[in-house]
Design a protein around this ligand. Sequence first.
Ligand code: 3PG
Length: 222
Amino acid sequence: MSRSNGQARGQARLSEILALAPVIPVITIADAAQALPLARALVAGGLRAIEITLRTDAAVEAARAIIKDVPDAIVGIGTVLTPQDLERAQKFGAAFAVSPGVTQDLLSAARETDLPFAPGVQTASDLIACVTGGFELVKFFPAIPAGGLGALNALSGPFPQVRYCPTGGIGETNVREWLVHPKVAAVGGSWIAPASDIAAGAWDKIEQRARAAAALRPASQR
Ligand code: 3PG
C-alpha cells in the first residue's frame, strides 16, 4: 500500500477548517438559484465551512456558484462515494470532501491528492482502514443510529489518536453533548438549513440558527 500521500497536508488543512466553527451545515439543495442567498446567510451567521451534498442534480452548480460569488464561504462536497466524485470535487475547486463511508478505492484516490478528505466511519474495522491509510480525522456517520456518544467513547479506546466530525441525528437539542467530547473536532448536520427552509427562502431563520451554532465551542478547542 502506498503510504506517502497528499493527505498529510489534506488532513492538516481539514483540521484547520473544522476549527473555524463548531458546526458544519450539511446542505441538500434542490435549486441552484438558492445557493447564493443560502451561503450568504450561513456566512453572515458565522458558519463559513459548508458541506454541499452530491445528492441532487443542482449540487455541483450550487457549489460552483458559491465558490465563485461567496468568497468567504469554504465549500466542501459531501456524499462522496467514488474516486470519480472526489476528482470532480477537486476539479471544480471544492475546499474539502466528505464521505459517509470508507473504501480502499476512496482512500487510495484521496492519498493521490491534497484535497482535505474526511472518510466516514462507523466501526472499528472502518477505523483500522482509515488509520492504517493515514486518516485520523474522520466523519462518524450516522452518529446517533451508530451508537451515539457511547459508541464514540468505546472507539476512542483502541483509536486514541482519531478525531471526529460526528454527523447524522445531531441537532439543536443534542449538539452540546457532542461538542463537550474531547475527540470531537466539530459536528455536521442538516438542522441549520433544512430543505424546507431552503425551499421557502427562509434565510433569516437559517442565519439565526447559524449564529447560535457558531457561538458554541467544542471542548477540543477550549
Ligand atoms: C449527512 O449526510 O451528513 C447527513 O445526512 C446529515 O445528517 P442529519 O440530516 O441527521 O443532520
